[in-house]
Design a protein around this ligand. Structure first.
Ligand code: NAD
Length: 292
């Protein structure tokens, strides 16, 4: 069984980005610049944004963290995004989700300039993804594609089953795996909460992407011998034996499923680090496309 180590694979991506950034600087150019918008005090969001900002520093990107109060109005937030859109020194904008309930997620996503849409959630980015055009791929599916590439996992002609159809993970992953890409060309089944007989479908999968947010959901009897498993789930499960009082659990019963899988991502340390790598690649791409 091959452990698909997200820390190692993301390090390789980050090292390349670091070298590209150093080259820009030695050519007398400024580095790429990511602006992250964090609203309120959601613990998980704080952690994600902190690690995105830290990774920017490691690579040599500039980053700006805009912290806004939970009570901000939609109009005020849209105004801030407008300022970032019009700031030529900023290449990529991300607004950490979820948003407070007074703010429309789709309005915010739509307000980000498509040329700075490093999260890849804007309808223009999604449309371009579906059409196989140059775009920003949402960071988590992008990270999984980079993982497949890093470990040279054969995908052509395989049956991939994606569990979950969210706009940020399942849906774009199903598009990528079915696209005519070096690590695509799968026959894809996308499944969701209304799919009957899910286990029957997953048992025929060569590749399973579990992105439903239910800890330990994918059991060994749902998996074919030799399948490749990408576990996206990150749920905080209460655990009094840890300092934080919780541990992170994936959507796959790792202990049992790893006995049958040919390759599997651990949680944590699998898809999570690759997500940040995907975001960083998008940031450099945004810079390059804007600056030519
Ligand atoms: P979501 O809640 O938006 O979507 C969940 C999807 O799972 C839905 O499409 C739903 O139909 C499907 N689903 C729910 N129950 C199901 C069932 N019993 N059978 C089949 N399908 C079912 O979730 P999301 O935002 O895509 O996130 C999914 C998981 O991935 C969460 O644990 C989230 O925290 C995690 N996540 C991890 C990363 C990362 O970087 N590792 C990034 C994003 C999300």
């Amino acid at each position: 069984m091959l452990l698909l180590d997200g820390k190692a694979a993301s390090k390789a991506v980050k090292t390349t980005l670091q070298q590209q950034t150093q080259q820009l600087i030695s050519d007398g150019k400024r580095p790429p610049h990511l602006a992250a918008v964090l609203i309120g005090n959601n613990g998980a969001s704080e952690t994600y944004v902190a690690s995105k900002v830290k990774t920017c520093e490691e690579i040599g990107f500039h980053s700006t963290l805009l912290r806004l109060d939970e009570s901000i109005t939609e109009a005020e937030l849209l105004e801030k995004i407008d300022q970032l859109n019009n700031d030529d020194s900023i290449d990529g904008i991300l607004v950490q989700l979820p948003l407070p309930k007074q703010i429309s997620e789709s309005k915010v996503i739509n307000s980000i300039s498509p040329e700075k849409d490093v999260d890849g959630f804007h309808p223009v980015s999604v449309g371009r993804l579906v059409q196989g055009l140059e775009t920003f791929i949402p960071a988590t599916p992008y990270g999984m594609m980079l993982m497949l590439e890093h470990y040279k996992i054969e995908t052509k002609g395989k049956h991939a089953v994606v569990i979950g159809r969210s706009n940020i993970v399942g849906r774009p992953m199903s598009v990528l795996l079915s696209s005519n890409l070096l690590y695509g060309n799968c026959t894809v089944t996308i499944t969701h909460s209304h799919t009957p007989n899910l286990a029957e479908i997953t048992r025929s999968a060569d590749i399973i992407v579990a992105a439903l947010g239910r800890p330990g959901f994918v059991k060994a009897d749902m998996v074919k011998e030799g399948a490749v498993i990408l576990d996206v789930g990150i749920t905080r499960v209460p655990d009094p034996n840890t300092a934080k009082g919780y541990r992170i659990q994936g959507d796959v019963d790792f202990e049992a499923v790893s006995q049958k899988a040919s390759a599997i991502t651990p949680v944590p340390g699998g898809v999570g680090p690759m997500t940040i790598a995907g975001l960083m690649k998008n940031t450099l791409d945004a810079y390059t496309r804007r600056k030519g």
